[in-house]
Ligand binder design. Structure first.
Ligand SMILES: [Zn+2]
Length: 249
């Protein structure tokens, strides 16, 4: 062969080697508990860490089932991954995706999503979906969504009063709940959690679950009607009561 032919042969060999040895896909390791299969990469999490994560998730699930008067008994696929951000996500396929910084301080938020999606359905109201998750996520035994919101709100009022006032006048609970205008801000998450907790304490979890169920595949205009039917008062009236309870005059 001449030089050109040698070069061609070498090129062909190189191309073949590319085809026959595809880049290795990293394999997930996994750890199973009764209700969770936790997928992780061994160079990112130790088995000891994953075992602790599994135990914590089982404790949360038992707590959440009990608090919500539901009985989720399925298996969640929890995918852990490494990123600087605190991020987590749950879907209706019983899967969660959780960053390391989320899972290490896991407040149980995504488990509430899974339990409500599977046992009640996928709510069309972001306010209710997030409100119920924040209301029941727990960092410590004594976590309370209302106290948490009141503390946060006092901080906002002392540092940026216009921010809180904007939510009181432009982004009221009745607006965010009734018209699907939930804005996914930290403020709205905290307030939605406190409001759902208030509904639960005042009216009972069964009514909250009934209202949550009524928001599944429900045209927006019906939700106000359902609210009044279920709670015996309009959303505006209950919002006023909620504010008075949080901040007694
Ligand atoms: Zn959420």
């Amino acid at each position: 062969m001449n030089t050109r032919q040698w070069n061609l042969a070498a090129l062909l060999l190189w191309l073949l080697s590319c085809v026959s040895t595809p880049p290795q896909k990293r394999a997930y390791a996994y750890h199973e508990t009764k209700h969770f299969t936790i997928y992780y990469y061994e160079d990112e999490f130790s088995l000891q860490e994953v075992r602790r994560i599994g135990e914590k998730k089982e404790r949360f699930l038992a707590f959440i089932n009990n608090e919500l008067a539901l009985d989720y008994d399925g298996v969640v696929s929890a995918y852990l991954y490494l990123t600087g951000d605190e991020y987590a996500y749950a879907n209706t396929e019983e899967e969660t995706y959780e960053s390391r910084s989320y899972v290490m301080t896991d407040p149980g938020h995504e488990i509430v999503h899974i339990v409500t999606f599977e046992e009640l359905g996928y709510s069309q109201s972001a306010f209710l979906k997030e409100g119920i998750a924040v209301s029941y996520e727990l960092d410590f035994e004594n976590y309370n969504a209302i106290e948490n919101y009141v503390r946060y709100r006092r901080h906002i009022d002392s540092t940026d009063a216009a921010h809180g006032e904007w939510y009181d006048t432009q982004q009221t609970i009745s607006r965010q709940l009734g018209e699907d205008d939930f804005d996914y801000s930290y403020f709205s998450y905290q307030r939605a959690g406190a409001f759902v907790k208030y509904l639960t304490i005042t009216y009972g979890i069964d009514k909250v679950n009934t209202f949550y169920s009524s928001s599944i595949d429900n045209p927006r205009s019906l939700r106000r009607v359902d609210f009044k039917k279920i709670f015996g008062a309009s959303i505006e009236e209950v919002e006023k009561q909620f504010i008075t309870t949080c901040f007694p005059p």
